[in-house]
Design a protein around this ligand. Structure first.
Ligand code: HEC
Length: 171
């Protein structure tokens, strides 16, 4: 008699364990799926934010607080021959450059007047140039190759000016 109860108990335990095992087994991947979904959503959100045009205030902030500030630090640290610091400032400019593709302003004059500036070939070229010259500067500054760094710095300066001459509203 007792043996029969023991056997039943054992069976009950096995069924219970199996049940829990199955539930856990099913729950675990379900949780991961949700995590992946969330990750996917976050990624999409970030990508969308990158494409989203900036307001005038956001763009001015980018120019003043990121680009101009870094540009000043680049020049100061180049003068002091502080390679790593000058290079870090250039890194910020290189990273900021593609964000300029979110500029929502218009072409000010010429045959493409009132079209979006960021869709113009020369605008996009200057964004690429700025990124490239800033990356070059960082590379040379890190090596302490100051002659080459100076040449890249001049090119950065020319690129800021070239784009502003055409696209910065004069008011
Ligand atoms: C691809 C084009 C482009 C490049 C390259 C560029 N800028 Fe600009 N920048 C603009 C435009 C467009 C404006 C005008 C924004 C407005 O007033 O709507 C501007 C405005 C500015 C302003 C004024 C922001 C304000 O508050 O009105 C500063 C400062 C500035 N840029 C700094 C720089 C520096 C420094 C560089 C180079 C390291 C640079 N920019 C490179 C397009 C560019």
């Amino acid at each position: 008699m007792a043996l029969r109860y023991l056997a039943l108990l054992l069976l009950a335990c096995c069924v219970a364990c199996l049940g829990v095992g199955v539930v856990i087994g099913q729950k675990a991947p379900a949780k991961d799926d949700k995590k992946d979904e969330k990750k996917e959503e976050a990624k999409e959100g970030a990508e969308k934010a990158e494409e989203k045009p900036m307001t005038k205030a956001e763009f001015d902030d980018l120019m003043n607080k990121e680009v101009k500030d870094a540009w000043n630090r680049l020049k100061i640290n180049e003068r002091k021959k502080m390679g790593e610091r000058a290079a870090e400032a250039a890194d910020i400019i290189a990273k900021a450059a593609p964000k300029m593709l979110r500029y929502d302003g218009k072409v000010l004059k010429g045959e493409n007047k009132d079209k979006l500036a960021r869709e113009q070939k020369d605008y996009k070229q200057w964004v690429d140039d700025l990124k490239k010259h800033a990356e070059d500067f960082a590379k040379h500054a890190r090596k302490g190759d100051w002659d080459k760094a100076a040449a890249s710095r001049d090119k950065i300066n020319e690129t800021c000016g070239a784009c502003h001459d055409v696209y910065e509203p004069k008011d």
